[in-house]
Write a protein that binds this ligand. Structure first.
Ligand code: AMP
Ligand code: GLY
Length: 419
């Protein structure tokens, strides 16, 4: 098969590496890709926010399967455009991707499906915002209803910060979702679905804040680990029954079946597991650790989901090891990153590229905030963590930053689940 992967992050590098390892894959193209995907796939330019351009490229490359990495093309309808050309596509339609594209829509679907989530109010003006903040109290959780590239959510004890964020969203012409704060450890659970059958993957945890100890501003994700040894037994089956099956059924009932990757962002609260958000795609950086442990051939799995054949797919096979990824970011990130510096040690096992490009002399240059996602596996989490940090120590560029505590609480065994 010939496969096209859309996107340019470490998630896409991980997807390309796993697809390349599937003997069913004869040709692999990544668009637009980066200096790392370039080593496992052919790169092509594309504007990822343009569904017609993605469909044109899919047809021109004569691919059998398109895998769409990021949310922006999905919400814009890229999967619909590709399928309209008769090409199989792993990713939800625009109507189904609204689960990520509108937090208000996701709340409505969860209410209809009886899925537990934070209580919320969707607001369009200052008076509604003030009343919702009063109702739920601190810590305040204020969300942009629409896609905001990981910068849409502010969680703060400071009322002025909460109101400022809400005002900036309303000022940009969008609605604000104000919700109840959910306390407890977070879990990212990915499930592959063809709209009927659901195959959950291994749960992972990511790190959103820039600084050690979960300090500083939110980022696109600074690291992840998998599996989660502290989860109660039966957790995944419980989430399939409580969350995934009802959502997939509700989307089908509405005539907008959900196919592709359904990512449930969950919190284990003292009152049980609740949904924080849905994403319509593989998470980044969790994909880097989940795929590192997946032994089932990836192309076969994604193609089965894209063509409605998951019911006959074999159960997913996992290596039994653990995986840790450490994101190495540019100076200035998550603000304006310093770009253009040369990256030393950019190639090697487990070094997945995000914000990189080739310079005129073939050297690897920093081109974005998150530069590399350095991934390693080990017999247990402690071994995987040590291996990932050893690998990260072989990378060098001016001003590079990374968290030093990825997977640390899990390794120390100090994560507690209430209830
Ligand atoms: P998002 O950008 O939508 O992935 O959300 C960013 C982060 O905000 C989540 O991973 C949580 O850590 C936090 N968050 C979102 N909603 C809530 C909530 N209701 N209670 C507590 N934390 C939340
Ligand atoms: N890891 C969070 C995300 O992909 O949205």
């Amino acid at each position: 098969m010939r496969v096209l992967v859309i996107g340019s992050g470490a998630r896409e590098h991980a997807l390309c590496a796993s697809l390349r390892a599937d003997p069913a894959v004869q040709g692999l193209v990544c668009a637009p890709g980066n200096a790392g995907t370039d080593t496992v796939a052919e790169s092509r330019p594309v504007e990822v926010s343009d569904p017609a351009a993605i469909a044109d490229l899919s047809a021109a490359e004569a691919v059998d399967l398109v895998v769409i990495g990021p949310e922006v093309p999905l919400v814009a309808g890229a999967a619909d455009a590709v399928r309209a050309r008769g090409i199989a596509c792993f990713g939800p339609s625009a109507s189904a991707a609204r689960l990520e594209g509108s937090k208000d829509f996701a709340k409505e679907v969860m209410a209809a499906a009886g899925v537990p989530t934070a209580r919320s109010r969707t607001c369009s003006d200052a008076a509604e915002i003030a009343s919702a903040l009063d109702r739920f109290g601190p810590p305040y959780v204020v969300k942009d209803d629409g896609l905001a590239g990981g910068k849409g959510v502010v969680v703060t004890a400071d009322r002025d910060d909460a109101e400022r964020h809400a005002r900036s969203i309303v000022g940009a012409g969008r609605r604000v979702v104000v919700e109840e704060f959910l306390a407890g450890p977070e879990v990212s659970l990915f499930a592959v679905t063809d709209g009927v059958t659901i195959l959950p993957m291994l749960p992972a945890q990511d790190y959103k804040r820039i600084g050690d100890g979960d300090t500083g501003p939110n980022t696109g994700g600074m690291g992840a680990y998998c599996p989660l040894p502290w989860l109660p037994p039966g957790f995944v089956d419980d989430v399939v029954g409580l969350v995934l099956r009802p959502i997939v059924a509700e989307m089908a009932r509405r005539g907008t079946p959900y196919t592709g990757l359904l990512y449930a962002g969950l919190v284990l609260t003292p009152d049980g597991t609740k949904v924080i958000e849905f994403n319509a795609r593989f998470g980044d950086p969790e994909t880097q650790v989940v795929l590192a442990l997946l032994e089932s051939p990836l192309c076969g799995l994604l193609y089965a989901a894209a063509t409605g054949n998951l019911a006959t797919h074999a159960p997913l096979l996992w290596s039994g090891s653990s995986a840790v990824t450490v994101v190495v970011a540019a100076a200035g990130y998550p603000g304006t990153p310093r770009t253009g510096d040369e990256v030393q040690g950019a190639f090697g096992d487990g070094i997945l590229h995000a914000g990189t490009r080739r310079g005129a002399d073939g050297q690897v240059l920093v081109s974005g905030g998150r530069v590399l996602s350095v991934t390693a596996t080990g017999a247990d989490l402690a071994a995987a963590q040590a291996a990932a940090y050893l690998r990260a120590s072989t990378v060098d560029f001016p001003g590079m930053q990374f968290r030093t505590d990825i997977a640390a609480a899990a390794v120390r065994g100090v994560i507690r689940v209430a209830g």
